[in-house]
Design a binder for this molecule. Sequence first.
Ligand code: SAH
Length: 411
Amino acid sequence: EQSISVLKRRLESNSSIRKHLISKITATGPISVAEYMREALTNPVAGYYVKNDMLGAGGDFITSPEISQIFGELLGVWCVSEWMAAGKSNMFQLVELGPGRGSLASDILRVFSQLKTVLGETDISVHLVEVSPKLSQFQAECLTGDNTQPSDGDQPVYRSGTTRTGLPIYWYRRIEDIPRGFSVFLAHEFFDAIPIHKFQRTEKGWREVMVDIDPESPDKLRFVVSHSPTLASSILIQKDENRQHVEVCPEGGVIVQKLANRIAEDGGAALIVDYGHDGTKTDTFRGFKGHQLHNVLDAPGMADLTADVDFSYLRKMTGTEVTCLGPITQRSFLKNMGIDSRLQVLLRNCPDPSTRAQLVHSYDMLINPDKMGHRFQFFSVLNRGRLAQYRGMQKNTAPLPVAGFAELDIQ
Ligand code: SAH
């Protein structure tokens, strides 16, 4: 009987979020775009990330770690290089926010294994922040061969186990549940999935864009502009704002603030990779389904919803206790990390022509300016002590001593 109700719920889930939102709007009026986005993506029963495996060729989008192992390997080298530069702390937490299928973490852990002699006796552990139980299963399979145990009830750690490479690994729903200590945080295509508010400049001042029921067809949703200011429009718009339309992601701001506080107090670094801009773009809220653009208000829960990350806003929210680097393009970052020589090594060791062609093709996807090379940006938050020595040196003569943001010094 239970399985019938699960099946029924699956069949209904197609329209259940829309129905739920329509009854909510009927009862209490239009909702913010942020609330719409949160329900569509992470509603605990029918949210897009909660019930789908959306990644990969058969899914709705494909991401850099899925395209080539080189991507994760170079990020693994970055993690180790930052750990070394920060003084080789004797404990090292690798934290990933929104790990998807687990490919990035898997490539990074392989690098950690290869660099065992460098990492020595360091107490390394892996911590994943993931809202989707379904994706956490994929991650467990990929990273541990499903050597994990789910926890009972509402524990902060909802799954734990041992990675294929022998490290302890834990799953959480929220960043604040991760233990304190030296950590390198990674967020790849995570911040673009965090809910945004949308605002429109009008003759009467800034107003929030809301989601309402379409009066012409009551089972459809449409955008409206609020009649009066909302709480969000009165606190989230900068005084000197000169755009006509603005998107703000306050939840993303709070997340980056939490990372910055930890990095300032416990040491470590964060690397945030996403498509985005530096406070210049306007309307970037988009839906994707089956690798195609999809109307954001059609079939909530069935399509991925994303908005470009505003790195200037993230930088502002990190405060004064940390140093931020970037954003720089994915092309520059990967070139600085030595992607060209890594490709050459792989090609040298690979006799099969079709695999070689695949390696070259995926390299091009990652760094070609017309593909992902310029669309994706790398942004880092570092402990302030990390650049103290550099700042003391003669200005602008030495290259920035942070891998990826300047050419990697391999010595
Ligand atoms: N980093 C992966 C997946 C990107 S998709 C890659 O690049 O391939 C976004 C990921 O973030 C998914 O794993 C999704 O379930 C997770 N996610 C989305 N919103 C979240 C939230 N509020 N808290 C934690 N994880 C979230």
